[in-house]
Design a protein around this ligand. Structure first.
Ligand code: PA5
Length: 462
């Protein structure tokens, strides 16, 4: 199992002013934490609770359909192109970057064992969209358009561009190069898919975008590029079992949620930095940033009281950002909890050759880059604690689907528990809707005329 070490957030290491007496806090909050864990597990099967993501690890039917489809199309496509944004893309990017061989798209077909390359378009920059479409042979590309609502402007505009080109290149059979992942019944993409006869997969009810990575949203792209999705499901199930434990001393999601909550509300540390020491895990931070920000950043609590709460998530990468952000983290405001994600064993052991004997670099020769990475992570953690900065360390024995699924699922549960501690709804995102509506209004979508008028008035006033 992955592990979590919170020693460097404790008063014993970083002092009373910035640290927490963690054992005491665990004992003090045990009852409440147990209630939260039980309550989440009780509510997870009820409609409208947005907790269906807690069941995704057990969804053998989805896994079966996904694998079936992936094996059916295997060998037919050179590329997979994912269209989606936010929760419809970030999990896919994070997991494929971590689990596929590095520089996957640059490997030969043989090195990829006949599996396709994978590309994500998760933005609407005209230069990058055109650039990608210029290099992709659409005839040999399977396009997976992913949108739960079926109407997100960014995704649907990408889709319209790609569909138009596909149709011009392939004629009537173009639909065979499209697979849509969307709501089972509602939304414009669902209607289009039915009219045009696309193969479809479902974003299940009561699963929000940022909690959807283990639904068909993620599983389909993973299966298409040969990632073992059964291994992922095993990881989620084992973690889910562990996180059902109501004893906070045994439940790492509860521990980390409580530590972050107390650091924010008692110690004024409302920044949460995610810093993996592994390039393969770099995009886990982007996924986490969305999960933490959209879930916990809320104006009102459950009773409607204005609270404007939410710790701000930040991303960093070890060792790279030691040369960029650590100066600030050590000596700037002591307002952060830094989470290191460490890897026990890298897949490769890479030796640094003994080719120079200059005093300043000769010591590196004969060591491994693995040793250097670990030494840097240890040194940064200790240096931060010398400055009384709290850090948490999560360790994955190695980077594989089993441990990575554990990590992501643990962070999801941690976020849900934190939402309960803040007493907010972690599963809505009203703050995103306002700007979305303004965009619709600016782009002339029917029904948004009033927003357009109000927007124009506000724009004229500045
Ligand atoms: O987490 C969320 O709910 C959002 O980030 C959505 O995933 C994002 O806005 C995309 O929405 P949709 O899948 O409806 O296109």
């Amino acid at each position: 199992m992955i592990t979590l070490n919170y020693k460097n957030a404790d008063t014993a290491v970083i002092g009373k002013q910035h640290g927490l007496d963690i054992e005491k806090e665990f004992a003090k909050h045990q009852k409440k934490m147990a209630e939260i864990i039980l309550d989440l597990n009780k509510r997870k099967d009820k409609r409208g609770q947005w907790l269906q993501w807690m069941n995704l690890g057990y969804s053998e039917e989805t896994a079966w359909y996904v694998k079936e489809y992936a094996s059916m199309v295997q060998g037919r496509f050179e590329n997979i192109l994912i269209l989606g944004i936010g929760g419809s893309a970030l999990g896919g990017i994070a997991m494929t970057e971590a689990l596929l061989k590095p520089y996957w798209n640059m490997l030969s077909n043989e090195q990829r064992q006949g599996l396709p390359k994978i590309f994500f378009l998760d933005n609407i920059d005209p230069d990058t969209i055109s650039g990608l479409l210029d290099v992709l042979d659409l005839k040999k590309t399977l396009v997976n358009v992913i949108t739960k609502s079926g109407s997100t402007a960014e995704t649907m505009s990408q889709f319209m561009i790609v569909k138009d080109r596909l149709e011009r290149e392939l004629g009537d059979s173009y639909g065979q190069n499209i697979v849509a992942t969307t709501d089972q019944k509602t939304g414009i993409l669902r209607q289009i898919a039915e009219q045009e006869g696309y193969k479809t997969f479902v974003v299940p009810d009561d699963v929000g975008g940022r909690f959807s990575v283990f639904s068909a949203v993620g599983l389909l792209p993973f299966a298409l590029v040969g990632i073992d999705i059964d291994e992922l499901l095993e990881g989620i199930k084992d973690m889910d079992l562990a996180l059902k434990n109501t004893d906070i001393k045994e439940n790492i999601a509860a521990q980390n949620a409580l530590i972050h909550y107390l650091m924010d509300t008692q110690k004024n540390k409302n920044l949460s930095v995610m810093m993996p020491y592994s390039s393969r895990l770099k995009y886990i931070s982007d996924w986490y940033v969305q999960l933490w920000a959209e879930s916990l950043g809320k104006e009102t609590d459950r009773k409607g009281k204005v609270v404007n709460c939410g710790p701000t998530p930040l991303k960093a990468l070890g060792a790279t950002d030691q040369h960029s952000q650590i100066q600030l983290y050590n000596e700037g405001p002591n307002d952060k909890v830094i989470t290191f994600v460490r890897v026990g064993e890298f897949d490769t052991t890479l030796e640094i050759p003994k080719i120079f004997d200059y005093t300043g670099i000769g010591y590196l020769g004969g060591k491994t880059v693995n040793q250097l990475m670990n030494a840097e992570a240890d040194s940064t953690r200790v240096a931060l604690s010398d400055y009384n900065r709290p850090t948490i360390t999560i360790t994955l024995p190695r980077v594989n689907g089993y441990y990575l699924a554990q990590l992501l699922y643990m962070l999801e549960v941690q976020t849900a528990i934190a939402g309960e501690l803040y007493n907010i709804d972690a599963f809505n995102q009203p703050g995103v809707e306002q700007a979305k509506n303004y965009t619709y209004a600016l782009m002339g979508r029917a029904g948004y005329e009033e927003s357009a008028q109000s927007l124009q008035d506000k724009m004229a006033a500045v």
